[in-house]
Design a protein around this ligand. Sequence first.
Ligand code: A3P
Length: 286
Amino acid sequence: TDAILEVDGCLFPADIILREGLAYTKNFPVREDDVFIVTYPKSGTTWMQEILSLIMNDVDISKVESVPNRNRAPWLELATAPVYLDGRESPRLATTHVYATFAPTQIMQGKGKVVYVYRNPKDTLISFYHFHNMAKFLSTPESFESFVSDFMNEKLSFGSWFEHIKTWMDVRDKAKLMFIAYEDLHKDLAGSVTHIATFLGKKLDAEKLKVLVDHCSFSSMKNNNMVNYSEVPRTYFDRGQKFMRKGTVGDWKTMFTVAMNEEFDAFVREKMKGYELDDGWTSDTK
Ligand code: A3P
């Protein structure tokens, strides 16, 4: 089904997110060396799960090749989170799609570290649109136009792209937080990984960096059953679609008309006033 849970004005897919999961998330006892991946859906979550799993395991491939990403970097808000997080040895890696206002309060007291990945909202929208046609816990869009309108009107599951990033930007002085764009990973994966490793107090030598970069390429991840969701039960995903879809920058150009694009860009500029991002895409609107 595609039932909705609404909490404090934010919508969640009720088949996979329960109030208990949100309470667990909020009250999560954070350890100093916990690392959290925070994203609005379809912004590069899986990519960052693989990158961080490797950085935190000293690029030991044997640590990631037999465990699915969702067990190595479990979502805090999912019902299975306690199984994979409570009592797990440090350093732990966890993932969440929630606004900062739903996140573990101890993160805002400076505990743990957060890597926030964001992506051009138009590409995020396109990827989320296709994902809605694949995931059974999300409603199938009536049309692309209606989906764009739902995105702009903050009517999608996991809430609003705008609210999401703004709530996290609002806590950047309280939380130990770094922002990185999907587009940066694309442009320079090795450089981005080095930057992330430094944030975590790690250093990778050239050989390890190369192993990581090769392992995390789109083609390699597309064929990796531990991250491509190919073994997830049919109850969740329609088998006809691929989770590792295109992995490109600028795919919005295949679906936005010139008029839609102009309207959307103006809307983003208005919404993000006072929250300007250091990104590679707000200027790339043509
Ligand atoms: P597309 O639908 O545009 O292909 P998330 O993991 O947050 O759900 O995001 C999924 C998006 O990230 C998908 O985008 C997917 O293809 C892309 N992605 C996953 N791994 C990637 C990689 N190694 N390189 C580039 N893009 C990747």
